[in-house]
Design a protein around this ligand. Structure first.
Ligand SMILES: NC(=O)c1ccc[n+]([C@@H]2O[C@H](COP(=O)([O-])OP(=O)(O)OC[C@H]3O[C@@H](n4cnc5c(N)ncnc54)[C@H](OP(=O)(O)O)[C@@H]3O)[C@@H](O)[C@H]2O)c1
Length: 267
């Protein structure tokens, strides 16, 4: 079995590559500079002899890549999408539109595929709050009471590997969540509990959040994320048992991820 993992430096993709290597599988790991899914150069070589493919949503169309994959006889594609693709509020926003467009392209390719919809990736805690926590500052949250359902990235990768290697759980889609729905400020408190200190949270307005936008985050994407956080205030996120059904163990908790990555929050 030869598996092509695209976007191989990505948070989830790099974990998939490591797990496939550990399982002794043939892995073709292609970062964007080796294989840009929106640029037809080298597609035929990249997919030659490949059985299954892990794919991210791209901003341009991956139609030509998928067509090359189909021609080459690829049997299954595991596509990492986002619940923004179908959730009320978000599905009309830019994140929903990008992921739905990618799903449509995949559907139109005629390739057999399973779409993964993971919840709030635990790595968001490091991305969004790491700098403030390391500096001993308050974490600023526009909607501290918004509910999220953190999922450990290893659970997403483990499910993806199962689907890449076996057809038991393949289907149109799999919705993946962690074990519990919690408020964002409780997620900050979970990091604090592992660090052995209280991490202060400061509620800020939507306007302040937009004004403090990080340059890597497009304004329209942040706007859409704020809309979905506002809609999640006081509303528990749905929980599924998909991780346990596919991996055979309960979904890992946010706390487990923080314990493993504690050093990233130390000053
Ligand atoms: N954060 C969340 O809570 C959450 C929840 C649900 C779903 N998701 C979805 O999960 C995905 C992010 O997962 P992640 O954290 O693993 O992402 P990540 O670490 O940002 O990795 C994405 C990878 O895709 C690669 N890539 C982007 N465009 C490409 C292209 N045209 N050709 C080839 N490779 C390309 C990137 O390459 P470069 O490194 O070169 O940019 C990067 O390595 C997004 O689609 C997001 O919407 C996220």
């Amino acid at each position: 079995m030869t598996v092509l993992v695209t976007g191989a430096r990505g948070n989830i993709a790099s974990r998939i590559v490591a797990r496939l290597h550990a399982a002794g599988q043939q892995v073709r790991a292609a970062a964007r500079d080796d294989l840009d899914l929106t640029d037809a150069d080298g597609f035929d070589d990249a997919v030659k002899g490949v059985d299954t493919v892990f794919l991210y949503a791209t901003r341009g169309s991956a139609a030509a890549f998928l067509s090359a994959a189909r021609e080459a006889g690829v049997r299954h594609v595991v596509f990492l999408s986002s619940p923004a693709s179908y959730e009320a509020v978000e599905f009309r926003g830019p994140i929903g539109r990008i992921h739905r467009a990618a799903e449509r392209t995949l559907d139109e390719s005629g390739l057999d595929h399973t779409i993964l919809y993971p919840g709030w990736l635990a790595t968001n805690a490091r991305r969004d709050w790491g700098a403030a926590i390391r500096a001993g500052e308050a974490v600023e949250l526009p909607y501290p009471a918004a509910q999220c359902v953190p999922i450990h990235p290893d659970d997403v990768a483990e499910v993806a590997v199962d689907l890449l290697l076996n057809d038991t759980h393949r289907g149109r889609m799999q919705i993946l969540t962690g074990p519990e729905s919690i408020r964002l400020d409780d997620a900050v408190a979970t990091v604090g509990a592992v660090m052995g200190r209280t991490i202060p949270v400061r509620e800020i307005t939507r306007e302040d959040a937009l004004a403090r936008r990080e340059p890597w985050l497009a304004a329209e994407i942040l706007d859409s994320l704020l809309d979905s956080a506002a809609a999640a205030v006081g509303r528990p996120a749905p929980i599924t048992n998909t991780v346990e059904r596919i991996t055979g163990h309960p979904a890992r908790s946010l706390r487990e991820w923080v314990v493993e990555n504690r050093a990233d929050f130390e000053g």
